[in-house]
Design a protein around this ligand. Structure first.
Ligand code: ADP
Length: 223
């Protein structure tokens, strides 16, 4: 746990397969901050069969973005005073469009973000990572075909079934990467202009990448 008085408010940007989910969970644990993955939240809703989850799943399985108004409705609830995100949080997979980024500014008001991190990984590497990615349906822990769970595709952490995500098909991945370039890359510039952006190399072992992330966050919050 870091010595800062309040957990930081961070956004993690990066292509599909850049490692955002894994690193965001570790950062949240390290800094005692909440972790919001909009993708995980939608998958959990879809698995519970709620109307909202099933609607989101239609977009997700096609590799499309869930419409801004649906995403914003959910995030607004999470960020509301007394809501589950509290004072410090790591946002993973949100914002993903310019309207979402500007809505987030409005929701946060004067106590804005501390830092936005672009976790940079080349396209060839993310394609390879996603092709081999397997995820626990229950706790969402991420594995790879080259580093599977110890016993028969059941999760080492919770015993849940570990399988390929429904939206990790070649077609959906292609579409998601295209949408990342079209819709999410403009946000990088948006945050750069506001002096909030830092780029971190996401290639390497998980622990190594995590150390890089902690360094840039500590540098910012202790500055
Ligand atoms: P990935 O980054 O690999 O696409 P996520 O778990 O972050 O995985 O998201 C899965 C899917 O959930 C996205 O492809 C999209 O359909 C939907 N989604 C998640 N976050 C958002 C968002 N902020 N805006 C629109 N759609 C979203």
């Amino acid at each position: 746990m870091s010595e800062c008085r309040q957990p930081p408010r961070l956004v993690l940007l990066g292509k599909q397969g850049a490692g955002k989910g894994t690193q965001a969970a570790r950062l949240a644990d390290h800094y005692g901050a909440a972790h919001l993955s909009t993708g995980e939240l939608f998958r959990a809703q879809a698995a519970s069969g709620t109307a909202f989850g099933l609607e989101a799943k239609r977009y997700m399985d096609a590799g499309d973005l869930v419409p801004d108004e649906i995403v914003l409705g959910v995030v607004e609830e999470c960020l509301a005073p007394g809501g589950p995100l509290g004072d410090g949080f790591i946002l993973d997979g949100f914002p993903r469009t310019l309207p979402q980024a500007s809505a987030l500014d409005g929701l946060l008001g004067s106590h804005g973000l501390d830092l936005v991190i672009d976790l940079e990984v080349p396209r060839e590497i993310v394609l390879d990572r996603i092709a081999g990615r397997r995820v626990c349906e229950n706790c969402q822990r991420v594995y790879h075909v080259n580093s599977p769970p110890t016993v028969n595709w059941t999760c080492d952490t919770c015993g849940g079934e570990v399988k390929q995500r429904d939206d990790d098909t070649e077609e959906a991945v292609e579409r998601r990467l295209t949408l990342y370039d079209q819709e999410t890359v403009p946000i990088i510039e948006y945050y750069r202009e506001r002096g909030l952006l830092t780029v971190v190399d996401g290639v390497g072992e998980g622990d190594e990448v995590f150390e890089r992330l902690v360094k840039v966050v500590d540098d910012r919050i202790h500055a």
